[in-house]
Ligand binder design. Structure first.
Ligand code: HEM
Length: 422
């Protein structure tokens, strides 16, 4: 196929349509249309208006994410400060200097070095060791509802749990937790970027800068008062090998919170919504608690918290039959790959016992989600405890009300999820 033929931009296929309420409510018919009619197409408005190739087939998404000719770095100079009022510029400078050091925006060899260090500290053993505490936290949140017959899942369970877990992971003392949660909501939108107003962007910048200052102070204290947690393990790795700069460390602490909070909140919210919309599947989980492991995988596949990611071509290359020029962006729709019939039988069906597990929800290749084991443990503990304690749980939207989704192209999550029992 000639490159020009697929370059034709069709506004009805633009991924910005994910912001339209109708498409946001259920993006999967839109994805099916993209996959069938234009599996590799040029979207003039994607990637912040610079344009991008958009991929929706499972095989194409996987191939792109493992292609070493793609870079995860944000090419080009850091954003300027001119648009910022004077009082925000110092914060912005420190943030813009540090953020490119986040793993997500690094290529080998820096990515390999940093990821190796974080992996050494963020081990499966550490995560499994957190399970009893996570279970306790889930039960404490549910205990608070004992006398009640309804709750709003996002505010009362899905939002606080991962914030508490990451705060503990990073050794934030309980008295600072409220501030920590505020930072998280300040810059939760930072990774998305697509939808920030200038006011929100400034608030996010200040939040990130305050967070970095706060951790600088905590790190200084740790020299005299070492603890047994992820932060200490990272500091030990830094001292031993002398290969982790302060900017790198701080930038990746920011990333752990930014990448690990909202995503897990959305997994709990989207997952519970899917379960309650399929009462047969919820009943299955209630009667077969051992299914919780595959259930979490299936809920991640069915309605992924991260829908979209992207890379930039480092050199001219061919994707299938499409010519991509050096410097062009490629956007992959993980949520579309997860519903590709070539990878999953009867992909629109929710089946908690599904064995096919090549889901794209955590990405693929060298940037595969570092927090996947932790997110899985949190979700297993939540869905397990909810099914055991609230077997007759049901949706509780006011008459005629429908779920309200966050306006985002990258993330997919609910603003509220009212449920009732008893
Ligand atoms: C359900 C919850 C989660 C989902 C759906 C999710 C999804 C993802 C995806 C799709 C990527 C790859 C992005 C890309 O290739 O461009 C990623 C990377 C990452 N995630 Fe997660 N994530 C979740 C939870 C977490 C948690 C709990 C943490 C840590 C506390 C975390 C930390 C990270 C980090 C550090 C990376 C970057 C890894 C790298 O670049 O090497 N994530 N995540």
């Amino acid at each position: 196929m000639a490159a020009d033929a697929v370059r034709l931009d069709d506004a009805s296929l633009r991924i910005s349509r994910l912001l339209e309420p109708e498409v946001r409510r259920d993006p999967y018919p839109f994805y099916r249309r993209l996959r069938e009619a234009a599996p590799v197409h040029w979207d003039e408005a994607a990637a912040g208006g610079g344009g991008a190739w958009v991929l929706t087939r499972h095989a194409d998404v996987m191939a792109m994410l493992r292609d070493p000719r793609m870079t995860a770095t944000r090419m080009g100079p850091p954003p300027g400060e001119e648009w910022l009022p004077e009082e925000y510029r110092a914060a912005a400078r420190q943030v813009f200097r540090a953020m490119p050091h986040q793993l997500l925006f690094q290529d080998p060899p820096d990515h390999t070095r940093l990821r190796g260090l974080v992996n050494k500290a963020f081990t499966p053993r550490l995560v499994e060791g957190m399970r009893p505490r996570i279970r306790e936290r889930v039960h404490t949140l549910l205990d608070a509802l004992r006398e009640r017959e309804r709750m709003e899942v996002i505010a009362e369970l899905a939002y606080p749990l991962p914030a508490i877990v990451i705060a503990e992971l990073l050794g934030v003392p309980p008295e600072d937790r409220a501030q920590f949660i505020k930072w998280s909501s300040d810059f939760g939108a930072f990774l998305d970027g697509s939808n920030l107003t200038p006011q929100e962007a400034m608030q996010a910048l200040v939040g990130v800068a305050d967070f970095m200052d706060y951790f600088r102070a905590i790190i200084a204290r740790r020299q005299d008062e070492p603890r047994d947690d992820l932060l200490q393990a990272l500091l030990a790795a830094r001292e031993r090998d002398d290969v982790l700069s302060e900017d790198e460390l701080l930038a990746n602490l920011v990333l752990l919170l930014a990448a690990g909070h909202g995503t897990t909140t959305h997994l709990i919210g989207n997952g519970l919504l899917a379960l309650l919309r399929h009462p047969d599947q919820y009943a299955r989980l209630v009667s077969e608690p051992g299914l919780v492991g595959t259930a979490v995988q299936e809920l991640l596949r069915y309605d992924s918290p991260v829908q979209v990611t992207g890379r930039t071509a480092r050199e001219a290359l061919t994707l299938g039959e499409t010519d991509v020029k050096a410097g062009e962006h490629v956007t992959v729709i993980l949520g579309a790959a997860n519903r590709d019939p070539a990878a999953f039988g009867d992909p629109d069906r929710l089946d908690l016992g599904r064995q096919e597990n090549r889901l794209m929800s955590f990405g693929f290749g060298i940037h595969f989600c570092l927090g996947a084991p932790l997110a899985r443990v949190e979700a297993e503990e939540v869905f397990g405890a909810v099914a055991r304690r609230l077997p007759d749980l049901r949706l509780d939207f006011a008459d005629g009300a429908a779920p309200d989704w966050e306006p985002s192209v990258v993330f997919r999550g609910l603003r509220e999820l009212p449920v009732a029992w008893g």
